[in-house]
Design a protein around this ligand. Sequence first.
Ligand SMILES: [Zn+2]
Length: 258
Amino acid sequence: MNLTALPAFTDNYIWMLDDGQQALVVDPGDAAPVRDALQRMGLTLTAILLTHRHADHVGGISSLQNGRIPVYGPLSTAIPQVTHVVSDGDHVRWANRVFQVLATPGHTDEHLSYFWQDQTNPVNEVPLIFVGDTLFSAGCGRVFDGRIDQLYNSLMRISALPDATRVCAAHEYTTGNLRFPQTVEPLNPEVAQALQRCIALREEGRPTLPSSIARERLINPFLRCTQPNVLASVHAHGCEDTRPEAVFEALRTWKNNF
Ligand SMILES: [Zn+2]
């Protein structure tokens, strides 16, 4: 199974999985890059997954869908193109794969993520998760109409997935994001290494994604709310509360004004 990040707009990725014949895309905000890739690679689109209703994730559906391709997504009046409404605990079957649907609200109230793991042979192919705008490499989504406590719980849930899980986020924000952990944890060597790696990848025009759960646990302050260095930094920035949820909220507010 091939995993491809199709660049769209200025910094979006539309993730595509294919088995050499069939393709599935996640959050096609624009139809053109999907059509180009299908044509170039000789693939037929047979499923669309949606994480949430924002235009840069759903704008291309109508022109790709033709009334035939199943569109899996959350219940939302803003995305009437969804043909199969799914929610937490549901499964989406496609090309011998079964994706597990995880409710990951916070960025928006209806946000979903899609996790896949080979249950029979975990070393055969590493697991992956499509996280939309919930988790980014070295950062996380902003709270639009969800709540901060929802976002915290969603990120904790994602962070509990297997270490090797490939994290397919919807934006190429990594290099810019890493400025924040550099400030929160200036002595974290993993952050400095990640920045070097990402600058080199971007200079070659390559995506910095997917990341992995293991890497995010090392570099992403939003998944490190119990680390002493993060606590000390947030405390120095005015947050007296040491509960992980409070540290998370303080980090998110700090980043909003960073
Ligand atoms: Zn969004």
